[in-house]
Design a protein around this ligand. Structure first.
Ligand SMILES: [Zn+2]
Length: 447
């Protein structure tokens, strides 16, 4: 199949130019921007819109359905990504304006370029090309695009609404693929694939203390704010214990050949045997530490509104990421145990980690074989995502345990970890490869 990378670039640029920014306050969501993006998709991908049924779910979610010809015995394939982007941040720090979709220095610049409009663009372009060739799926194909992934769903998680719609229709999925992952090229020239088979849970806990307040000229020995600050120190000094999960073992052992530190690489070759030593080494590195435990990060605090008033109520908030297998109740019990009784604990919001997915499935093997075909000899590393994605809402619709976060993108040091930062950008030359991955997937799935 012939690919026109300029066309892919044009599609992505136009999508970036529509500022579909998330807002934690649903009343402030710019629904019109989302509707504009819907209209643009319709204009850019006429064949997809001819073949697939499109429904608007919630205020701006999109569910596309294509009932296949039924020849395949496999359950449906679903692709997900999100229409919303995080706020652009400080405009003056952007090299090119955040909603310009500027093409410069070999990149397309702008908010959403990598997270995750490039996925929507790639799914759509792949399918549009296939339809032009006469493709008809033997399986049912779904696309689901939410509008509030970046605020963890907020009060009306779009992905949940889409999943509920499918559930009402008794749809079961054979495989769901969401954003994140792909091929990684390191600065040392190593190359491997990352496929996320699980992700951590999420929770915000508030810890507060109320007392009498009063004049700060005659203070008590402790203010409510002093007490919650002590609580913050206790939280930091008493993290949840490290746990060796099956997913972490798989990930560490597969990563061993790529670890430059000789000693660490040696330990990772047999994770279970070397667990004690690994554990203390990993705890020192934030990225490794997050792989082996539920994390607690104290991120917000508040006390009195004025310097000369003792706070009547003071609070801190900790953001937590839960390891698969642990629950909000476990975390609550841990906090109850380590904190003094007079500190009030409140779960502001949170969700338990979704189920860990299997690597012994039809879909996993298919993805592996496409990767092997494109990059012979490449290692695919089943990994845990420390952040969260919309895919978690769909796990219980997928009896085959085949919910993966994987893309056809080749990530390399040029990207500079740009997601959610200013100067988000995507190298122009990776789009074609991304589309090619989905062309192969849509063609081969169900066979
Ligand atoms: Zn994202």
């Amino acid at each position: 199949m012939a690919y026109d990378n300029n066309l892919f670039m044009e599609h992505l640029r136009k999508m970036i130019q529509i500022p579909t920014v998330s807002n934690a306050d649903p009343d402030k969501m710019d629904v019109d921007a989302f509707l504009k993006l819907h209209a643009y998709l319709e204009e850019a991908y006429p064949l997809v819109h001819q073949k697939m049924t499109r429904e608007v779910i919630g205020r701006a979610g999109l569910l596309y359905t294509w009932k296949g010809n039924g020849k395949s015995s496999h359950l449906p394939l679903m692709m997900t990504a999100h229409l919303d982007v995080v706020p652009e941040g400080d405009w003056s720090m952007w090299k090119y304006p955040p909603f310009s979709g500027e093409v410069a220095e070999g990149f397309i610049w702008g908010r959403g370029a990598t997270d995750s409009k490039c996925n929507i663009q790639a799914y759509m372009d792949a399918l549009e090309l296939l339809i032009a060739e006469g493709f008809e799926p033997e399986y049912d194909l779904y696309f689901g695009f939410g509008y509030n992934e970046e605020i963890m769903g907020g009060p009306e998680p779009a992905a949940q609404l889409i999943a509920d719609t499918l559930r009402e229709r008794n749809v079961k999925l054979g495989c769901l693929i969401d954003e994140c992952g792909g091929i990684q090229k390191t600065a040392d020239g190593d190359q491997y694939g990352t496929i996320y088979i699980c992700e951590k849970g999420y929770a915000d806990f508030e810890f507060s203390k109320t007392d009498n307040g009063g004049h700060s000229a005659v203070p008590d020995k402790h203010s409510a704010l002093g007490r919650v600050c002590e609580a913050a120190c206790i939280l930091e000094a008493n993290p949840m214990k490290p746990v060796l999960t099956e997913a972490a073992v798989k990930q560490m052992e597969a990563t061993a050949p790529f670890i430059k530190d000789e000693h660490l690489a040696e330990l990772c070759r047999d994770v279970r045997k070397n667990w004690d030593e690994l554990c203390s080494l990993m705890a020192e590195n934030p990225a490794y530490n997050a792989m082996i435990r539920t994390t607690t990060a104290v991120t917000m605090a508040g006390g009195s509104a004025q310097a000369n008033v003792m706070p009547e109520r003071a609070w801190i908030v900790a953001n937590n990421r839960l390891l698969p297998g642990q629950t909000l109740d476990d975390l609550w019990a841990h906090y109850k145990e380590i904190l003094p009784e007079d500190i009030d604990i409140r779960l502001v919001k949170g969700s338990n980690p979704p189920a860990v997915q299997s690597t012994d499935t039809y879909a996993y093997k298919l993805i592996s074989s496409i990767v092997e075909d494109k990059y012979p000899g490449l290692t695919l590393i089943p990994s845990m995502l420390c952040g969260g994605t919309d895919s978690r809402y769909y796990c219980d619709l997928c009896p085959t345990n085949s919910v993966y976060r994987f893309t056809g993108l080749s990530w390399d040091p040029r990207w500079d970890g740009v997601s959610h930062k200013v100067n988000e950008r995507i190298p122009c030359d990776v789009l074609e490869n991304n589309v090619d991955f989905y062309v192969r997937l849509f063609r081969q799935y169900g066979k």
